[in-house]
Design a protein around this ligand. Structure first.
Ligand code: EPU
Length: 306
């Protein structure tokens, strides 16, 4: 398989940023998953764009991994190329009350940095575990806020049109989704800018601390993928799984949290197959009991049987 990949060209152009047969588990928040044939580590948005350009030119399939927080990587790993996005430059414009961040920046850290600069509006994002790029693609949200409500522009690299700036309207945001999620592989987020407003660092911090305390109270610590399913219209995935009596259900080292039904935990060396067995069980039981089809919020990466 690896023979069909443009390894020599990638090594020539990106040197040490190229790793072969690289285990992915340690780059995911669930600490689960096999190896990528080729792992490229992008240190800047410029390098990310250069890598993606080579992969498109050579018609090589790839996926971009940010914080690995919303993803379940299969035990067999990922055939082809994974780009680990470590493009993390952040620029705050206090006067304009805006922030620009490269797509590999941790979104929660960006929000907290804004707060320390007296910029209000991103408090909801303080505890978001993933990256700015992942947050844009999946229209991340919490505590009533979401990316669609704060985004000014996303700088994307499009496979056909090159570098573009997309407005929220062009991104076609929906609940936990966007045009980038519907059409994976067409465009990659390089950076994004967000609007905030002038506020007071102390008040902002208080609000963030409240949100963080809520998460701590209602969501389990430990290795997980965050919310497993999207909330179905008018209800909550966690509530449905709870009322179905599935909290605490265990397959091997994987378990549905006893604290929050929409969190699936890895207690040590859980496999992706074990987590997937819990996903199937939760879907089936919730369908039988409540006639609700739960949709995954997380992305399945790598090789999965249909
Ligand atoms: N609930 C139960 N039993 C449970 C879990 C929840 O009855 O086991 C009930 C709660 O009592 C509450 C409702 O379900 O009435 C919703 O639960 P919660 O307030 O914990 O929020 P959520 O809808 O499960 C969403 C986001 C989280 C975000 C929180 C806080 C989704 C799928 N999840 O969770 O996002 O942190 O709101 O704003 O939208 C993530 O996306 O990874 C994530 C953690």
């Amino acid at each position: 398989m690896i023979a069909s990949l443009p390894v020599a060209r990638l090594q020539d152009q990106f040197g040490d940023a190229v790793a072969l047969h690289a285990p992915l588990a340690k780059f995911t928040s669930a600490r689960i998953g096999g190896a990528a044939d080729v792992l490229l580590t992008a240190g800047s948005a410029k390098q990310l764009a250069a890598m993606v350009t080579v992969l498109w030119e050579t018609e090589t399939s790839f996926l971009v991994m940010g914080g690995g927080s919303n993803m379940l990587v299969s035990d067999a790993g990922v055939r082809g190329v994974v780009i680990l996005n470590k493009a993390r430059k952040v620029k705050i414009d206090r006067e304009a009350a805006t922030v620009w961040a490269e797509s590999g920046s941790n979104f929660g850290a960006v929000a907290r940095q804004c707060g320390r600069s007296d910029l209000t509006g991103l408090e909801w994002a303080a505890g978001i575990p993933g990256t700015v790029g992942g947050a844009v693609v999946g229209n991340a949200g919490a505590h009533g806020g979401d990316v669609a409500g704060n985004l000014i522009l996303a700088e994307v690299l499009h496979h056909q049109y090159g570098r573009q700036e997309w407005t929220p309207a062009q991104l076609e945001f929906e609940y936990r989704s966007s045009r980038l999620k519907y059409h994976p592989g067409q465009a990659v987020v390089l950076a994004a800018s967000f609007k905030a407003a002038h506020g007071d660092a102390e008040t902002i911090k208080q609000k963030m601390d409240e949100f963080l305390a809520f998460r701590k109270r209602t969501q389990p610590p430990g290795a997980s993928m965050g919310s497993m399913f999207k909330n179905p219209p008018g209800d909550f995935a966690g509530r449905l799984i709870d009322v179905a009596g599935l909290k605490g259900l265990r397959v091997g080292q994987a378990q549905i949290s006893e604290l929050h039904g929409n969190f699936f935990l890895n207690h040590g060396d859980a496999t992706a197959a074990e987590v997937f067995a819990l996903i199937s069980q939760a879907r089936q039981t919730v369908k039988e009991k409540f006639e609700v089809q739960l949709e995954l919020e997380i992305e399945l990466a790598g090789e999965w049987k249909a």
